[in-house]
Design a protein around this ligand. Structure first.
Ligand SMILES: [Fe+2]
Ligand SMILES: [Fe+2]
Length: 306
């Protein structure tokens, strides 16, 4: 079944058929055990709840929900349990699997045991999901004991092997540290190291996109010719309106990304998590009226300047 959007008309209004798959991309929840305010300032559980409320209000039935790391701030077992309690009911109502990716603030043993129900080992947290032909591969760029990113040889070998067989709709990689330069110079100290090794592996494969987090602001680029999309955080974001040398966090600007996978393109739309009144909006009835018109009649009704 193609990704169903509850409010999208069955027949498209434009040149593109409906997306083949829809992914929700969230990042950097940074939950704290006992919901202690992060940095003494941020209510990360409340901010996640606000984000999840937006997720449920989207009117979209996603094929998967991807969290690209820094799931907890300190790797506390209670924080992983709180995360599962917050997210799993939402995912269940939407009928979507959750893809958890490890970040530098996570601790592999607790993540495995308290979120995934696995053996508490220090093994990288990786996985492959087949979303009816679209493959998602989760990589673990965390380095135990450190905040910078790296991919160990075992993971790289596994990735190369996995990518030998292409997927019908191609592959998205999900990892925490984006293979991109940052607008904030000191963030590059904590970048993904030795990126050329990853570039060599994905070049010429069916990888169509890379989902990442870590930066706490939304940004986009290309890596080895592959589009990279970084989702901002749900917990707090970087105030890029300040000079790059003194950028700092703010309890504003949180968002999630809506990823639409088409045959020839993938779009990443940033959904703001903000409480603001909307002006008059287009109703389902109005959409139904448009759907009943011919393409020419629609142009006349909606495009012609009055
Ligand atoms: Fe983070
Ligand atoms: Fe991070």
């Amino acid at each position: 079944m193609d990704a169903a959007s509850l409010s999208t008309p069955a027949a498209p209004f434009g040149q593109y058929p409906p997306a083949r798959r829809v992914i929700l991309h969230l990042s950097d929840t940074h939950l704290m055990g006992g919901n202690v305010p992060l940095g003494g300032r941020y209510d990360t559980a409340a901010n996640l709840a606000r984000t999840l409320a937006k997720v449920e209000g989207l009117g979209v039935r996603p094929d998967a929900i991807v969290f690209t790391g820094d799931l907890t701030d300190l790797g506390e077992p209670a924080a992983y349990r709180a995360l599962a309690e917050a997210v799993e009911p939402v995912a269940e109502r939407l009928g979507a699997p959750v893809i958890w990716v490890a970040g530098n603030h996570d601790e592999r043993t607790a993540l495995r045991r308290d979120l995934l129900g696995l053996e508490p080992t220090e093994e990288p947290v990786t996985g492959v999901w087949d979303l009816d032909g679209l493959r998602i591969i989760a990589l673990d760029s965390s380095v135990p004991g450190w905040h910078h990113g790296d991919l160990d040889q075992g993971q790289l070998d596994w990735l190369r092997e996995t990518l030998m067989t292409p997927a019908p709709l191609g592959t998205l990689l999900a990892l925490h540290h984006p293979p991109l330069p940052s607008h904030i110079p000191f963030f590059d100290i904590l970048e993904l190291r030795d990126q050329q090794r990853l570039a060599d592996i994905i070049a010429g494969t069916d990888v169509r996109g890379i989902l990442a987090g870590h930066l706490h602001y939304s940004t986009h680029g290309t890596f080895a010719g592959v589009p990279v999309s970084v989702a901002a955080a749900t917990c707090y974001t970087m105030d890029l309106a300040r000079p790059p040398a003194e950028v700092n966090g703010m309890d504003a600007g949180q968002s999630l990304n809506l990823v639409h996978v088409y045959d020839d393109t993938i779009t990443h739309a940033v959904v703001p998590v903000v409480e603001a009144e909307t002006a008059d909006f287009f109703s389902e009835e109005w959409l139904a009226q448009m759907a009943a018109l011919s393409p020419e009649e629609r142009l006349e009704a909606f495009s012609r300047k009055r």
